[in-house]
Design a protein around this ligand. Structure first.
Ligand SMILES: *Cc1c(COP(=O)(O)O)cnc(C)c1O
Length: 461
C-alpha cells in the first residue's frame, strides 16, 4: 500500500523563513560548491537545516502542549552527531540511547542523565550498572533483565526504571520497521499466554518499577496502529495500578515511530495529527495522571537534511541512461538495499549548485560502490545530468548520516549544518568532518599490520 493511502495531505508545518524548501536546498548547494564543501575533492556531503530542526521541535512541543508533564527525548540512532544532540538539548529535548556509544555521545553533548532513556535491546551487566549509577532512566526489555537490575540497582538509585512491552497490535508495510508484531524481538510479548500476569507480578515485586514502555513501530506503520499500541500499554498500566491498589506506575514512555512522507516537501502526518489520533484512542492519556516520555527520531530530522553528491560520469547501458555519482549504498544504505521500502526524491543541480531545468530524461542514479545494485534511484525523470553536476537526495536528515556503511572503505561523508542568513543566503558550519584516508587505514587494522604474517610464521610470536 502506498504511504499516501494512510496519510491524506495536510498543510505544511510552520514557515521556517522566507525561502521555500527548494530554495533553501539551492542556496546551500550554491554556497557549498563555492566554498568547496562539495566538489571534486569532497564529492559527497550531508546538510542539516537548523531552522527546520527548531521548527520541528516547536511543532512537537505544540502538539503535546496540553500534556501536563512530558519529556521529549530524541532517538539518537536517527542522527548520532554530538552537535545535533547539543542543539536539541538546547531546545529542551532529552536523548533516547540504545548502546554505550550512544549514551557516551549524549553525555558528551551535555544532555543531563535525568533526561536520558536507555533502551538497548541487549544490555550488558556493565551497561546497566553504569546507567543506574548515572541516574539514566532504564527500560528493561524483558523479565530476565529486570532480575539483573534487582541485583545491580544501588540503594537509592535515582534512575527511573521501566519495562518494555510489545502490545502485539501488528505490523506496518515494512517488516523490519514493525516492532509490535506477534514475534517481534522487542519487549515482553503481552498477548502470549501468561505474559500479562507475569508482568503484573513483576511490578508487584518491585516498588521501584514505575514505568511502562512501548515503541510500537516506525516507518510504514499507520498512526492508528501506533495509537492502538499506546492504548494497549495505557490499559495495562491502569490494570497494574488497580491490581496493586496504588499508583505505582507514574509514567508511560510511548516511544517514537511517527512515519515520514518521502514523496514531496509536505510534513505529513504532523505531530498534531498524531496527538489527535492518540487522544481518540486513549482519552485519558493527556490528563496528567501519567507523566509521558516520547522518543521520536525520523519525524524530527528526516525532512531537515539532504545529501549533495557530485556526478562523476554519465553513460548509457542497454538503452538506459546512468549517472554515476558519489551517493550510493555507503550513505543511502537502506534505500539501495531496500529500494521499495525507502525510496528517495532526487534533485538535479548544475555544477554551480543551481537547480537544473530542461526536459525530463529517465536516468538511473548510481553510486560509487562496487556492486551492481548500488543505485539510489531507478528510472528517475530528471533534467539531463552531466559530469560535474550534483544530485540532491532529499529528506535524508534522519538515519542517513548515522548509518554509514564502510563498504569499499569509502569514507563517512562530512555533515554540515546551515541556517538562513535572512537575505536569501545561508550560513554553514561543520557538524562532522569527512573521514580521512588515515582514519580509514587506522580503522582497518593498520596498528596490527603484521599480525597475521607473524601468526603464520613457524615458531613466530
Ligand atoms: C528507533 C527507535 C525510536 C525512534 O524511531 P523513529 O521511527 O525514528 O521515530 C524510538 N524508540 C525506540 C526504542 C527505537 O528503537
Amino acid at each position: 500500500m502506498s504511504p499516501e493511502a494512510f496519510f491524506p495531505p495536510v498543510p505544511a508545518g510552520p514557515d521556517s523563513g522566507v525561502l521555500t524548501p527548494a530554495q533553501r536546498v539551492s542556496a546551500v548547494m550554491r554556497r557549498a560548491v563555492a566554498t568547496g564543501l562539495v566538489g571534486e575533492e569532497q564529492p559527497v556531503a550531508g546538510f542539516l537545516d537548523t531552522d527546520g530542526i527548531r521548527a520541528s521541535v516547536e511543532s512537537l512541543d505544540a502538539a503535546f502542549a496540553h500534556a501536563p508533564d512530558v519529556l521529549h527525548t530524541f532517538a539518537v540512532k536517527a542522527a548520532s552527531l554530538v552537535p545535533v544532540l547539543r542543539l536539541l538539548a538546547g531546545l529542551g529535548m532529552g536523548a533516547e540511547v540504545a548502546s554505550p556509544g550512544e549514551l557516551r555521545i549524549a553525555l558528551d553533548a551535555g544532555v543531563a542523565p535525568s533526561r536520558i532513556v536507555l533502551d538497548s535491546p541487549a544490555k550488558t551487566r556493565q551497561e546497566i550498572s553504569e546507567a543506574l549509577a548515572l541516574g539514566v532512566a532504564v527500560n528493561a526489555d524483558n523479565l530476565d533483565e529486570l532480575r539483573r537490575i534487582d541485583v545491580l540497582r544501588p540503594e537509592g538509585s535515582t534512575s527511573v526504571v521501566g519495562l518494555r512491552v510489545n502490545p502485539q497490535v501488528g505490523g506496518g508495510s515494512i517488516g523490519a520497521m514493525s516492532t509490535a508484531t506477534a514475534t517481534s524481538k522487542f519487549g515482553v510479548a503481552l498477548r502470549d499466554p501468561g505474559a500479562r500476569d507475569r508482568v503484573v507480578r513483576a511490578f508487584a515485586e518491585r516498588p521501584w518499577l514505575t514505568r511502562l514502555h512501548a515503541h510500537v513501530g516506525s516507518q510504514g506503520c499507520p498512526l492508528e496502529l501506533i495509537a492502538e499500541g499506546v492504548a494497549e500499554t495505557y490499559r495495562l498500566a491502569e490494570e497494574i495500578n488497580r491490581t496493586l491498589g496504588a499508583r505505582q506506575i507514574t509514567s508511560l514512555d510511548i516511544g517514537g515511530g511517527l512515519p515520514v512522507n518521502f514523496y514531496d516537501d509536505e510534513t505529513r502526518p504532523t505531530f498534531a495529527a498524531y496527538t489527535r489520533a492518540l487522544g481518540a484512542a486513549v482519552p485519558g492519556l493527556f490528563d496528567g495522571r501519567y507523566a509521558l516520555v516520547t522518543e521520536f527520531g525520523r519525524s524530527l530530522l528526516a525532512k531537515n537534511g539532504f545529501i549533495g553528491a557530485r556526478v562523476e560520469y554519465t553513460k548509457e547501458a542497454g538503452g538506459r541512461r546512468i549517472a554515476v555519482t558519489h551517493a550510493g549504498a555507503q550513505t543511502a544504505t537502506r534505500t539501495v538495499l531496500m529500494p521499495d521500502a525507502w525510496p528517495l526524491r532526487v534533485g538535479a543541480h548544475d555544477a554551480d549548485g543551481n537547480p537544473r531545468t530542461g526536459a525530463p530524461l529517465r536516468q538511473d542514479i548510481a553510486g560509487p560502490c562496487c556492486f551492481a545494485g548500488d543505485v539510489v534511484a531507478h528510472g528517475q525523470e530528471l533534467p539531463e545530468l552531466r559530469e560535474g553536476d550534483f544530485v540532491v537526495l532529499h529528506d535524508t536528515g534522519a538515519y542517513y548520516f548515522s548509518t554509514h556503511w564502510a563498504y569499499n572503505s569509502l569514507p563517512r561523508p562530512a555533515v554540515h549544518g546551515f541556517t538562513a542568513d535572512g537575505s536569501g543566503g545561508v550560513r554553514l558550519a561543520t557538524v562532522r568532518a569527512a573521514q580521512t584516508l588515515d582514519e580509514i587505514a587506522a580503522e582497518s587494522g593498520l596498528a596490527h599490520a603484521g599480525a597475521l604474517v607473524s601468526l603464520a610464521a613457524p615458531g613466530g610470536l
